[in-house]
Design a protein around this ligand. Sequence first.
Ligand code: GLN
Length: 413
Amino acid sequence: MKDPHGYSITETGTPETGFPETISKLPDVGTTIFTVMSRRAAEQGAVNVGQGFPDYPIESSLAECVTEAVASGFNQYAPMEGSLALRAAIAAKIAAAGGRAVDPETELTVTCGGTESIFSAIQAVVGPGDEAIVFDPAYDAYDPAIRLAGGRCLHIPLAAPEFRYDWDRVRAAVSDRTRLIIINNPHNPACTVATASDLDTLARIVREAGSRDRPVLVLADEVYEHVLYDGRVHQSVMNHAELRERSFAVYSFGKTLHITGWRVGYCVAPAAMTRELRKVHQFNTFSIAAPLQAAIALYLQRHPLAFREVAKFFGAKRELLLRELAGSGLSLPPAQGSYFQLADYGGLAACSGLSDVAFAERLINEAGVAVIPLSPFYREPPPTMRIVRLCVAKRDETLVEAARRIRAYTSGT
Ligand code: GLN
């Protein structure tokens, strides 16, 4: 069966499995676009600038921390909430980055990547009859988690190419059924960042819509918190006087330390919300790989300001990709944040009639480059979506080669 986007290269269970689709809890969900595109890239031998993960080695001093952690005996279950050393190091990092004081005992939980924080937070607060609001293009983990919790997911579009919030639409969508509003800042895949005024408006909406017994909560996916460009400053819900009282804020070492495969993230939330989150987390993943937590704690103790390098590092890669794609005919609004860059191919006469999914297929098959189309992130994709996402968290050689192949392809079309 096809998903609602008609996205033909996703897959769902086949009838032969003996599992009738009628009892599927997520009948319309296929394999995530990230997995599909990485698999296709491997099959085709394409340069993979699709799924967001670094293709360069991790720092040797970080790798050594793992060896050290294993040798020191961090090989059994870590505490359910996360290793205290790691939580203390995270609290110190938050303070060093100018954030508010976070109590590592009661307000911080280590999870299996940012994704588990998102999933556990949603299960903790959304139930049957509740509604949660997401903004399309929405990261693909949000909607299924809301539905699995029994909730209804309302999708509010951010219109391309600016992808700005239409707060009047949000106000109109909020009701006494609203339990959660999910924002993503910096935004993946739109590559935009929220302004202080966006957060103030969100705070006002949440205040006016909720009541003491039935507050509207916020889930802020801030995994790209340190990846903002051109001098932009991250506006975190954690540092917003009002929003921090009712927000889960989600972070990821995968992004900040270039270790997506370690699957270590964390959630910061007020103590009462953290308690609820942990009730789910303890029966979901229980605790996160002990040696990896110990290794990250060691690394943060030794490199407390490592987070400061991240924006510069990815900024240079974004510049390189923009430079190498100049003359490709693609329009490239410089990313404001995240480690992605959007490319609009609407100006290419030979391709402008293709859907973004079809264009991504052509790029894989004919140019040998894997990218991510944007329409799978919409419940109702705009009919003229002509934008794809490229990941800049790649070796310079990878970015140069991807751009060379794209240029060769677009100049030949
Ligand atoms: N966050 C990554 C991206 O946006 C994908 C993670 C995943 O594949 N689940 O590309």
